[in-house]
Design a protein around this ligand. Structure first.
Ligand code: URA
Length: 237
């Protein structure tokens, strides 16, 4: 058992002094009951709220960057018992993927238990750029490239394409490798862009997410993000 003001301070909510003021000004409840006594002792199990907002217990945040293989599902669990991205990470913490890659899409995906960062990264207003390499059937005509650069409409909403580059054409196999950078995260968006122009996507991989890339990570490998990288992701807000 610890003094309430000490626990509030340990959770990082306020300094001990400020915590004492909050208690005295009748803003703190323990298990839903108003507490005004400074000496009140609480345990880790008690639920502390300040102005009716439950304050977070100490949480150790974890951040991973995974090179997702094919045939792995981007969710925490799967009814069909398929391998999930979370299964590939060796941790006991309840982490989850930030956004999704399709079952057959490979490449860069972030996993964390930090909901604040996940929300920032997924929020459309922060427009985080993501780069994909798509192997498509056929080759893009000049008109199609123009259409893409002007902004193609999917479900009546324009997709803003930040960068488009034809990396390679295989005339024999009738395929092309296209690098595309977009800032949005609608489901299957890259496949839908190319499908809209009549090109099937045969393979798709995400190579970059904001300033992050897959350098040194083989398929199925992962690494922790550094504190510097996490701070930089936060600063994208
Ligand atoms: N766009 C897609 O079509 N699939 C993905 O997995 C990601 C983006």
């Amino acid at each position: 058992m610890e003094r309430l003001q000490k626990v509030i301070a340990e959770y990082g909510y306020a300094s001990r002094r400020k915590a004492e003021e909050l208690i005295k000004s009748r803003k703190v409840k323990v298990n839903g009951i108003l507490v005004t006594e400074l000496g009140t002792k609480v345990s880790k199990e008690d639920i502390i709220s300040i102005e009716d907002n439950v304050i977070n217990k100490e949480i150790n945040y974890e951040y991973y960057l995974l090179n997702k293989p094919r045939s792995v599902i981007s969710s925490v669990s799967d009814k069909e018992k398929r391998t999930t991205v979370v299964d590939l990470i060796d941790t006991k913490t309840r982490i989850y993927p930030v956004g999704r890659l399709d079952y057959d899409t490979t490449g860069l995906i972030i996993l964390t238990n930090d909901g604040t960062l996940a929300n920032i990264l997924m929020h459309p207003s922060f427009a985080i750029p993501k780069t994909y390499i798509a192997k498509i059937r056929g080759e893009l005509t000049k008109e199609e490239i123009n259409t893409l650069n002007k902004g193609i409409k999917i479900d009546n909403r324009v997709v803003n394409i930040k960068k488009l580059k034809i990396k390679r054409k295989d005339l024999e196999k009738n395929t092309s490798l296209v690098e595309i950078t977009i800032v949005e995260g609608r489901n299957h968006i890259v496949k839908r862009i190319f499908n809209e122009l009549g090109h099937d996507v045969i393979k798709l991989s995400r190579t970059n997410y904001a300033f992050l890339n897959l350098d040194g990570l083989k398929s199925g490998d992962y690494r922790k993000l550094s504190i510097k990288e996490v701070k930089k992701l936060y600063s994208l807000k």
